[in-house]
Write a new protein. Structure first.
Length: 178
């Protein structure tokens, strides 16, 4: 059987409902996995990036590592594919990342994400409508995150072909040192 989650029309409808909810009640919509999981994912991501940066810079151990974490993280530009409501990027911003971009092929998702990031005080996160299988992005990112896009692509009737296109696109978006 065919899953609805592979179809763009499903996501457009879902996000238009969430936008209405947000406008009427201030709801942020669904976090597709729990908040606690999101915090684990983002703090793990932060630790990993700091660790990689430390290795790259081979910092002498003088106990100033924590002060430097933000400096390390500012050099990481991050792309969140299928960003949805963008809350994962809010969490990364809280962890100290500053160069954050979220894309989604659903205009409703991007509109919702923009509203939420303004509301929650993260005006510097960039959101744009983009289809990873036909991406218009020209810059490369040191870190590309994806919490659901590949799953949704896998559920599409042309899943196998699209998966190859997906990896092809993603590999072009990842910076050489990413």
């Amino acid at each position: 059987g065919q899953s609805m989650l592979g179809l763009q029309s499903y996501w457009d409808a879902a996000y238009s409902d969430e936008l209405t909810n947000f406008r009427e009640h201030g709801h942020t919509g669904e976090v597709w996995f729990g908040d606690d999981v999101m915090e684990i994912v983002t703090s793990w991501t932060k630790d990993l990036c700091v660790e990689i940066s430390q290795k790259e810079m081979s910092v002498s151990d003088n106990g100033e590592v924590n002060d430097q974490a933000d400096k390390y993280l500012s050099s990481w530009n991050v792309l969140d594919l299928g960003t949805g409501n963008g809350l994962l990027l809010h969490q990364l911003a809280k962890e100290g990342f500053s160069d954050l971009t979220g894309t989604d092929y659903s205009e409703g998702a991007v509109e919702l994400a923009q509203h939420l990031s303004q509301r929650d005080g993260f005006p510097n996160i960039r959101f744009m409508v983009d289809d990873i299988l036909d991406t218009k992005l020209e810059r490369q990112f040191k870190l590309v995150m994806d919490k659901g896009t590949l799953d949704a692509i896998g559920l599409h009737p042309d899943g196998p072909v699209k998966r190859v296109m997906y990896w092809d696109s993603v590999s072009k978006l990842v910076a050489p040192d990413g």
